[in-house]
Write a protein of this length. Structure first.
Length: 435
């Protein structure tokens, strides 16, 4: 797709100049564009903003514009858009989606230049999270229990450093406290959240150490693994291959009784270690449709009484129905025991972006969740439940109150599928600050 340079840049200028203005030209910035030319003022503003720089002092308006050149102009505009209004940022988002591969290449080069010109160690990707959650359960319409409302504050400090021009290292420290308690009753956890080195190996990127692990954001929930990760990508396909260990706190399941209830071992929580190998893939079927999938084999001591290993697989398909609506379907399954299938469908409206204050997303998700469809060592979530499958509906709202924040809220309304009459309502609200 090619367009004339003059028309493309002037179109971008019309968008840009609704948000910001620059001083009037004192001298002719481009020798082949006279002061009386209809595009002179727009080009003058773009030159002064550093978005275009011409060709040896000339604009060459009749020259054919390549996709890469247009992407370079968009990249420069994006870099200047911090104070732009939401309408301008929306237009830049649309333009960026039209040139995804070219922008990736440009931004990678800019990031490399920034890295080489910066200090050896720098802080980025850090965050503070404030979270509230509450659970209430009933049976046959009668309230049975409320799990105490919980308030958490979690801080993550991330440090990125350079080993050489190819290899980097990342260290992330995380501390979490339940701040509605104090003294000996206060719960807290502080640890090295992530620590790994990464660099190129042939056409792939290798990460060695401890890193975040969350295929489709559903198989694991906010979990981490230690080992080897190999990342690869092409124009339409990207993915990871894993060989690693996962460690989490939980109680092992001892056995299933005659009624099919899973009996958990007593005592305090202990660390349970599992080894896994597998892959996750993301395929861009077309610009508005994305297919994701994963397959993992887990070796888990004491997963259930009669097995020490299980296989997990899943698939999701996301399709943009329009500029505002997106439909996503999920299917997950395992052979870890019965109650091993989950299927969900999600409809979302708009998108909340931390760089766009005032942006928001509404969504609704509905489906059936079974306890062994996804992996959770020791089935810790089964502790306070006498059912293992539920139909659940989630209502969610995400909102960006100001730049570099996201406020995430959702309510889960679930009903057990085993005719026990158990219903559960879970409420969660999290406010993230990124720095």
């Amino acid at each position: 797709m090619k367009k004339r340079l003059l028309c493309a840049v002037v179109l971008l200028t019309m968008v840009w100049c609704t948000a910001t203005a620059f001083a009037a030209a004192d001298v002719n910035p481009l020798s082949d564009v006279p002061a009386g030319h209809w595009a002179y003022k727009s080009l003058d503003k773009l030159v002064k903003a550093g978005i275009i720089d011409g060709y040896k002092g000339k604009f060459n308006g009749g020259k054919t514009l390549t996709r890469y050149e247009m992407a370079k102009v968009i990249a420069k505009a994006m870099g200047k858009a911090e104070k732009a209004g939401s309408d301008v940022q929306m237009e830049l988002d649309k333009l960026s989606k039209a040139f995804p591969e070219e922008l990736d290449n440009i931004l990678i080069r800019l990031d490399e230049m920034e890295r080489l010109n910066s200090d050896k160690v720098r802080m980025k990707d850090s965050e503070i999270r404030l979270r509230y959650e509450s659970t209430k359960q009933s049976r046959d319409g009668v309230h049975t229990q409320s799990i105490r409302d919980k308030y958490y504050i979690r801080t993550t400090l991330a440090f990125h450093g350079e080993i050489n021009k190819d290899w980097d290292y990342v260290l992330k420290f995380r501390g979490e406290n339940e701040f509605d308690t104090s003294g000996a009753d206060a719960s807290s956890d502080s640890l090295l959240n992530q620590g790994y080195i990464k660099g190129p190996l042939g056409p792939t990127t290798v990460s060695i150490g401890k890193w975040y692990f969350g295929p489709m954001d559903t198989l694991f929930s906010d979990n981490y693994a230690k080992g080897l990760k190999v990342h690869f990508r092409s124009d339409q396909l990207r993915g990871n291959v894993y060989y690693a260990n996962h460690v989490s706190k939980g109680r092992k399941i001892d056995y299933a009784d005659d009624s099919g209830n899973y009996i958990l071992s007593g005592g305090t929580l202990s660390y349970v270690k599992s080894r896994f190998v597998g892959t996750e893939l993301t395929y861009k079927v077309r610009p508005d449709t994305t297919l994701e999938g994963y397959y993992f084999k887990m070796d888990v001591p004491g997963l259930v009484a009669d097995t020490t290993s299980a296989k997990y697989w899943g698939i999701s398909l996301a399709h943009e129905l329009s500029n505002d609506f997106k439909l996503t379907g999920y299917y997950m399954k395992s052979d870890a025991k019965s109650d091993n299938t989950t299927h969900l469908i999600k409809l979302s409206y708009k998108e909340a972006k931390k760089t766009r204050p005032g942006s928001y997303c509404y969504y609704i998700e509905h489906g059936k969740k079974e306890i062994f469809a996804t992996y959770e060592t020791g089935s810790i979530r089964d502790e306070n439940k006498d059912y293992h499958s539920q139909r659940v509906t989630r209502f969610g709202i995400d909102y960006v109150p100001f730049r570099n924040t996201i406020w995430e809220n959702y309510v889960d309304v679930g009903k057990a599928t085993d005719n026990s009459g158990v219903k559960e309502v879970f409420i969660a609200s999290s406010l993230y600050f990124y720095f």
